[in-house]
Design a protein around this ligand. Structure first.
Ligand code: CP
Length: 325
């Protein structure tokens, strides 16, 4: 695996889950793999879990880690080619990428959707430039349209907790005060479509996701019907995907907040969310604090998904022909 921008890059995902669970049992088994290798983690946006879990995963593999917060202390970066750089941006991404790449072996990038241009977001303009110009393995730490380290951790968590071979998994929209990207629901849907789980997506009308990610899911606009018989509830807010409302908030309907009454419609479902979560907007205090809430083990599995991905990227470096320059 040369790059990781989608859970599909893992190939056989059941084999990947098995590998991840073996890593979880013995996190320090591959310390030699990362010796004298450096992971550079580049953040264009804030993070708690991704930052810490990916650093920990890299350290478990014996790697050195450099973390760069682009917006704190680095030169402000221009990302558009052809711009006359007479404003506040001092450096162009096209120089910055190869410079940063010269200091590391593997690059992680967090760069959210900007909602300025849907085509740029959905063409993954930023992370694809890292892939094109760095010459190094690149992995997504949440890009404009996907968060595949999160969805891999979600899959590991569901596999650990499921009580039936083919659980019913429901992705539900929930209200939020700010316009959020579709990256997490896109990747969650993409991941579930790689399994044989029963899969339902529920949201108010207008919040339809890109059909390429929805795949074989059943879309149900009645949240109560969607929740009936569910084994896992995965809550997330996202903004509108479809034109002309791309990136906009269309509803803050509090009746979509996941509370105890909603969970009573399910088959005693587990509650999941990628975090950070707005309590009593997305989910009520009592649900997130209940024994059915998996938000903490789910976040803990971010270390495992990152370690499995980094391990495979390091293995791809081992298979590369030696460079002559
Ligand atoms: N779930 C997740 O990616 O969390 P952070 O934004 O804190 O990294």
């Amino acid at each position: 695996m040369r790059h990781y921008t989608s859970i599909k890059d893992l190939g056989d995902i059941q084999a990947a889950v098995k590998e991840a669970l073996e890593i979880k049992k013995n996190r320090f088994a591959y310390q030699d793999l990362g010796r004298n290798k450096t992971a550079l983690l580049i953040f264009f946006n804030n993070s708690l879990r991704t930052r810490l879990s990916t650093q920990k995963a890299a350290m478990n593999l014996g790697m050195n880690v450099i973390v760069l917060d682009v917006n704190q202390g680095a030169w402000k970066l221009e990302t558009e080619r052809g711009v006359i750089m007479d404003g506040d941006k001092s450096e162009h991404l096209l120089e910055a990428i190869p410079v940063m790449a010269s200091y590391c072996d593997v690059i992680g990038v967090r760069s959210f959707a900007r909602f300025e241009n849907k085509e740029d977001d959905y063409n993954e303009k930023i992370i694809n430039q890292f892939i094109q110009y760095s010459g190094k393995p690149v992995f997504s730490m949440e890009a404009a349209t996907g968060h595949p380290l999160q969805s891999f951790a979600d899959l590991i968590t569901i596999e650990e907790y499921k009580k039936t071979a083919r659980p019913k998994v429901v992705l539900t929209w929930a209200p939020h005060p700010k316009a959020l990207p579709q990256a997490v629901p896109n990747s969650f849907a993409e991941m579930v479509n790689c399994t044989d789980y029963e899969f339902v997506i529920t949201h108010p009308k207008g919040y339809e996701l890109d059909e390429r990610f929805v795949g074989n899911a059943r879309v149900e606009y009645d949240q109560k019907k969607a929740f009936e018989g569910a084994d896992f509830i995965y809550a997330k807010n996202w903004s509108a995907f479809r034109d002309p409302h791309y990136g906009q908030i269309l509803s803050k309907d509090p009746s979509w907040t996941v509370d105890a009454e909603h969970m009573a419609w399910t088959n005693n479902a587990y509650f999941m969310h990628c975090l950070p979560v707005r309590r009593n907007m997305i989910v009520s205090d009592d649900v997130i604090e209940s024994p059915q809430s998996l938000v903490i083990p789910e976040a803990a599995n971010r270390e495992i998904s990152a370690q499995c991905v980094l391990k495979r990227l390091l293995e791809s470096l081992q298979n590369e022909p030696a460079r002559t320059e």
